[in-house]
Design a protein around this ligand. Structure first.
Ligand code: KIV
Length: 267
């Protein structure tokens, strides 16, 4: 059995200029496969709501669902650091809720760390979770749980005033004790400024090449979800075609009587 990466390993990677690789997973087989090829961190993202459950956004995802998916991912992996998203309304209302819910993700889900969205206005919440020894990843820039405030999934920080706010958010997340932060949907230059201004790793998604690491949704890079195809996604495989080809061949075999053959039958 291999030893699991810790938040200390991830912090060291920034200092050593070793890029941090992160992908989302929501189940046992995907976790097993990406873990076996050495992914540094697995994010049990609330993107599960879109790519697994078929919702239009992440807002309907519940804490119990995140616990369920985290358990499967933890069972499927042995070396990656596991981080789980705190879903919408599990941390926004008050710090007590946030601590209890982060605690459930660790105790019942088995995660090593939680991620929550928001900068300056969430700093006290991040601090209160870190204070009970649960490591936190911040998430700033385009924050999908704020879709209704943002008016859609729009790049953030193009205007200087907004960019200044994102830099302040990054500082607040760092000072609140988070060990890393996701930087989503911001111009490359701003992501570079943020990355150079904080001592903790930045993990970019749609934030250019200068972040300390990169995260993408597994369904997007494998061509498993055609609903959206954001500009920042690179497709590394076409699993949808493999699945439909396999299922189509099965249907034809059953209809024609070619399956099951004697090879697949008992005497
Ligand atoms: O939910 C998620 O998958 C995320 C990443 C895309 C950063 O938050």
């Amino acid at each position: 059995m291999r030893t699991r990466k810790t938040i200390l390993d991830i912090g060291l990677m920034k200092q050593q200029h070793d890029k941090i690789t992160v992908l989302t997973a929501y189940d046992y087989p995907f976790a097993q496969l990406m873990d076996s090829v050495g992914i540094d961190m697995i994010l049990v993202g609330d993107s599960v709501g879109s790519v697994f459950s078929g919702y239009d956004n992440t807002l309907p995802v519940t804490l119990d669902e995140m616990i369920y998916h985290t358990r499967a991912v933890v069972r499927g992996s042995e070396q990656a650091l596991i981080v789980t998203d705190m879903p919408f309304m599990s941390y926004q209302v008050d710090k007590r809720d946030a601590r209890l819910n982060a605690g459930r993700l660790v105790k019942e889900g088995g995660t090593q760390a939680v991620k929550l969205e928001g900068g300056e206005h969430m700093a006290a919440t991040i601090r209160s979770i870190v204070d009970i020894d649960i490591p936190v990843v911040g998430h700033i820039g385009l924050t999908p749980q704020s879709i209704h405030r943002m008016g859609g999934f729009k790049v953030q920080g193009r205007e200087e005033e907004q960019a200044r706010r994102i830099l302040a958010d990054a500082k607040a997340v760092e000072e609140s004790g988070a060990f890393a932060m996701v930087l989503e949907g911001v111009p490359r230059d701003l992501a570079k400024r943020v990355t150079e201004s904080v001592s903790i790793p930045t993990i970019g998604i749609g934030a250019g090449a200068d972040c300390d690491g990169q995260v993408l949704v597994i369904h997007d890079i494998l061509g498993l979800c055609d609903k959206y195809s954001p500009k920042f996604v690179k497709r590394y495989a076409d699993i949808s075609t493999m699945i439909t080809t396999g299922v189509d061949a099965y249907i034809k075999d059953v209809k024609s009587g070619d399956f099951p053959s004697s090879e697949h039958s008992f005497k």
